[in-house]
Design a protein around this ligand. Sequence first.
Ligand code: HEM
Length: 378
Amino acid sequence: MASLELGNVSIRSYAFEIVSKEIKLELLPLLSSSSSSSSSSPSSSSREGPIVDLQKVFRSFTFNTICQITFGLDPDQNPNNNLSEFAAAFDLASRLSAERALTPSPLIWKIKRLLNIGSEKQLKQAIKIINVLANEIIANRISRNRLNLLSRFMASNDEPAFLRDIIVNFTLAGRDSVASALTTFFWLVARNPGVDSAIVAESDRVMGASEKTASALSLPYTLEMPYLTASLYESMRLYPPVQFDSKHSLTDDVLPDGTVVRRGSRVTYHPYAMGRMGHVWGQDCLEFRPERWLVNGKFESPVCPFKYPVFQAGVRVCLGKEMALMEMKCVAVAVIRGFEIGLVYDDYSSSVPKFDPGLTATLRGGLPVILKTRKRSN
Ligand code: HEM
């Protein structure tokens, strides 16, 4: 049912309307107010000007968009509706769940859960807050328009537990993943001026060099940018938002290569490691090279999704993949056309970034940058 809803043309264009509105009215004005005008190349003066944490900006942006797409509520327009508490509880629950995996034995967190102490007590409280707020959203029938996902699901099933799961799962799936992908994408683009210039050149060719970025955004434009698409796939190859993912076997099973999996076993696949394997991606697998996805200038997605399991593969593949790519393309093109991005810290410019524990990849310390308004011909 969820796949039918997300594939629906009207939900896709509704999502695009929300994303482009948020870019135009919130994201670009926010970034503009924190940028200075460009005098020369970004590298020559990249350490001067106000500092913006792009990771924080993207997390707020994706929370705002997913709340509107999922249940028709704009957190910016509803300052008293506890949505910031909702977001904080999500963050806490996500971190604490991931920290379970860091304990030397699962017995430790299981005992804490049994005794309702420490991190397990906090996790229980965070989940309770999420459930209470999700129930409030449903009870108040906040979704007044018929276009958002909650309204569509309500039309066929108004059981509260089902609707609560829709709110929680879609918010969780659609917020941090896209913010994470955008953050590492901009980290890579800032370190690779050639990629930055190629995206500007491609967008100028498709949208026109003197167009006002935000008002020029349109769905067909994003489809006509193979280099941008390749850059996003390439950045998620190196920095997948879901770095690894585990499954638990309910019964004895055998994997396609003959590996026997006993009932109760945990099997983990690791997109982060797979993106760094020479025998999968070639000897230059550690390089950020969008061109590897292009054949005669056209974008070629991997023949086998199991080679690139960033969105998982098979029957439980991510249902929001196309929506996520649309959102990322729109943000990427609007921000890159609008600004030159300079990284603040040397360690960010030179080394592999460090991540906080969490269900989705989050850069430790955020992504502090300095923005300069990009000069464009008019
Ligand atoms: C770059 C962004 C995204 C990435 C990398 C991503 C990745 C993934 C992955 C790896 C899974 C499998 C999780 C598992 O089964 O353990 C998944 C599932 C899912 N994703 Fe995404 N996702 C992204 C964005 C989105 C968005 C924007 C939405 C919705 C608006 C979404 C909706 C879903 C749903 C509903 C599932 C569950 C599918 C099922 O269990 O059948 N995702 N995603």
